[in-house]
Write a protein that binds this ligand. Sequence first.
Ligand code: NAD
Length: 299
Amino acid sequence: MSLLEGKVAIVTGSGRGVGRTYALKLAEYGAKVVVNDLGGDTAGGGTDLTPAQEVVNEIKSRGGEAIVNGGDVSDWNSAKEMVQQAIDTFGGLDILINNAGILRDRMLVNMTEDEWDIVIKVHLKGTFAPTHHAANFWRMESKAGRQPDARVINTTSHSALYANIGQANYAAAKGGIASFSQVAARELQRIGVTVNAIAPRAETRMTAGLREWTPEQLERRDPEWIAGFVAWLASPEAKDVSGRVFEVWGYGITVSESWQHGPTCEASKDPTELGERVRKILKFARSNAGINPGEWLDP
Ligand SMILES: NC(=O)c1ccc[n+]([C@@H]2O[C@H](COP(=O)([O-])OP(=O)(O)OC[C@H]3O[C@@H](n4cnc5c(N)ncnc54)[C@H](O)[C@@H]3O)[C@@H](O)[C@H]2O)c1
């Protein structure tokens, strides 16, 4: 039997990029897939259902089952309808992959209110809204005595975890998604739902042209590497994995360790007493981690 036989999945933003690869991979391993994509440009402008329809056609041509959803994941009602569409079409929902995203990069002094608002909305609300509606379905199932074995996989980013300059809006949203995933994992544990986040690194239109890659580097940025892990994490085999953040690409799968309590000093209500104490704990604390293992951000 296939790894995801009989499972029903929603993959948001799966008309293109890494999401497209997830949808194809989940279908290859037996899942029925709702292919959600608004079909806008990288900055979130416009709509076009063609990419999502092409993914559905590709899945069907290989003998799988899939359906298009063209809703905006950050719209409350569209997110609700998307979850309902999965239930109405395929009889349930087992896997929700929140992947849709856009970029509006700018140094924060130049960033406009709109650039802030839309990036926060698409990523953060676009993760919360589908998760909320899916979780309500799973809670009803649990109450009805049908305990779910369900998965939510959210998408964070190295930009958030390791503080990439020029992406304050995106990093704030993606950092929020990492924290949201940890809280959601704890809240949904009792109804049989695992929640994890991944930070992918792949060559897509979102990252195209950022740097010149060697053929070997480009191959390690093939979204297929990430899709393999996502399919495993979505499967019954990963039932005991929840509340984690993973960095994933062709070079490996890394568990991103979360905030840790570091050195502590005595508190004081008198600020003049604090300078020496705080410097001392900073001296013994690790610096914030940089993007590569063993790399630290300047203190
Ligand atoms: N490519 C990378 O290296 C990388 C790194 C870190 C994080 N990510 C994240 O991975 C995810 C996928 O990125 P990608 O590189 O495949 O980009 P992409 O632009 O190729 O794909 C994103 C898809 O999301 C869709 N989308 C955008 N807003 C939407 C909305 N409101 N509702 C529904 N669909 C919407 C777009 O139409 C597009 O097809 C994003 O969340 C991105 O932030 C990517």
